[in-house]
Design a protein around this ligand. Structure first.
Ligand code: PFF
Length: 433
């Protein structure tokens, strides 16, 4: 089935969609914490160096391949070199596995929106979260609800669904984020919060910190699973790849920093040990929100913001899989969406139950949820990114010339692409394993 020849209606829509994909839970609940824990400003500088000189390379390759072949990940990689079609499949497997744990969190977010909306706040969030996430019916129901809500956008098509969603949600998200960050800056813990995030600590500069920064950068930029390639395939021909890549990196990092400014002043106002992940978003922060004036409004804005961040990322994961199903199995967009929704739904159920009845069901010492998270973020993402770089560097001879032209920047790009970035990724993989 020939999917309609779609394009983003404007450059801004393309940027909002890619930023929507990149900005997600990774920016809000992970980046600020690992920055604070890994040397503050020193981490930030290392991170900036890594995204500006290393991650920009696979990012541009994915955009380039998408723009050139204007098709899904599998067919595009097949066009680059048909012996490596399996790399495309590997990306699609990755992008199907990620929502199976990411959407579980989406379900928790829906539940918290509900309790803040109805002002039905528990006295103790730690006990509440642990008992809620270990239930059977409600968490599974809300994971599936989040999945269906996400799938509804690509179901309607690229322009009518995905583009509209990002054009509305991303500006709202940014407004809410800036609003909460300004409010946080007026809290008594603002100075300590900012110190935690930014204070340079040179003793932290070591191999582990560099690897942490690189892993975070790949996940947050949605590189290594065909998402950027897919969104790039809807790009207009005249779009400049390198400029778009840097715009995405700039927005993603800025938002992660503002997220930290929104979170840590509050954490330090209440003298709580800084944390990340589920413990931060679903236990310590809500606990503190409930002590602030207008607590339910504050909490409601925070979880709505988290909802926008995660659903726009989710939409991009779904779209990557959907376009591949359309192109490789010759079926309509609506059918493809339903098939993918069912597959993700089925895997998400045991993943959701990993916090309750399947808590003791482990493989390689990890619950299903943790295994999905670990295998995708630590193994598949760097591995796929490595293969995409090697394919782009060695099979598309003109790539660097077409992206930057025959000048010093082009030569540097070519060397980074062919040698430096692959070697770094191999190191990441070897140490990660
Ligand atoms: N970049 C998103 C985040 O930082 O939360 C996660 C993500 C989005 C991963 C899209 C994969 C993807 F295809």
């Amino acid at each position: 089935m020939e999917e309609e020849k779609v394009q983003w209606t404007s450059h801004l829509s393309f940027i909002l969609a890619t930023v929507g994909s990149a900005v997600g839970l990774g920016n809000i609940w992970r980046f600020p914490y690992i920055m604070g824990k890994n040397g503050g400003a020193v981490f930030l500088l290392t991170y900036l160096f890594i995204i500006a000189f290393i991650c920009i390379i696979p990012l541009c390759c994915e955009l380039f391949i998408g723009k050139k072949y204007k098709t899904d990940t599998i067919q595009a990689i097949k066009s680059v070199n048909s012996k490596f079609t399996w790399v495309g499949w590997l990306c699609i497997i990755t992008v199907i596995l990620i929502p199976c744990f990411y959407f579980v969190v989406g379900g928790w977010i829906l539940n918290y929106i509900w309790i803040f909306l109805t002002n039905n706040l528990p006295a103790n969030f730690s006990g509440y979260f642990n008992s809620y996430s270990s239930q059977i019916f409600m968490p599974v129901f809300l994971t599936i609800l989040f999945l269906i809500m996400t799938a509804a956008f690509p179901f309607r098509g690229v322009n009518k669904g995905i583009e509209k969603a990002n054009n509305i949600m991303m500006p709202l998200f940014t407004l809410m984020l800036i609003g909460l960050a300004i409010y946080a800056l007026f809290q008594p813990g603002a100075k300590d919060g900012l110190m935690f995030m930014f204070k340079p600590d040179f003793t932290q500069f070591n191999k582990t910190m560099i690897l942490t920064a690189l892993g975070q950068a790949l996940f947050t930029l949605s590189i290594g699973m065909g998402t950027i390639l897919t969104y790039g395939s809807y790009m207009k021909d005249k779009t400049n790849i390198i400029k778009s890549g840097y715009t995405l990196i700039f927005c993603d990092t800025l938002i992660a920093l503002i997220a930290g400014i929104m979170i840590f002043p509050i954490v330090f106002t209440f003298n709580v040990e800084p944390s990340a992940g589920a413990a931060l978003a679903f236990i310590s922060l809500p606990e503190m929100f409930s002590k602030l004036p207008f607590s339910s409004i504050y909490g409601l804005i925070f979880f709505t913001l988290l909802f926008f961040a995660s659903i726009t990322s989710g939409i991009s994961m779904m779209e990557t899989g959907i376009l591949s199903i359309i192109k490789n199995f010759n079926i309509t967009r609506k059918r493809a969406t339903i098939i993918l929704t069912v597959i993700i739904g089925l895997i998400s159920i045991p993943s959701t139950l990993s916090f309750g009845i399947l808590k003791d069901f482990t493989l390689f010492n990890k619950t299903i949820f943790d295994l999905l998270d670990y295998s995708t973020s630590n193994i598949l993402l760097p591995f796929n990114t490595l293969l995409i770089c090697l394919l782009s560097g060695w099979c598309i001879k003109s790539l660097w010339k077409e992206i930057l032209g025959e000048n010093i920047f082009g030569y540097i790009f070519n060397i980074l692409l062919k040698f430096v970035v692959p070697i770094i990724l191999i190191l990441v993989l070897v140490t990660g394993l």
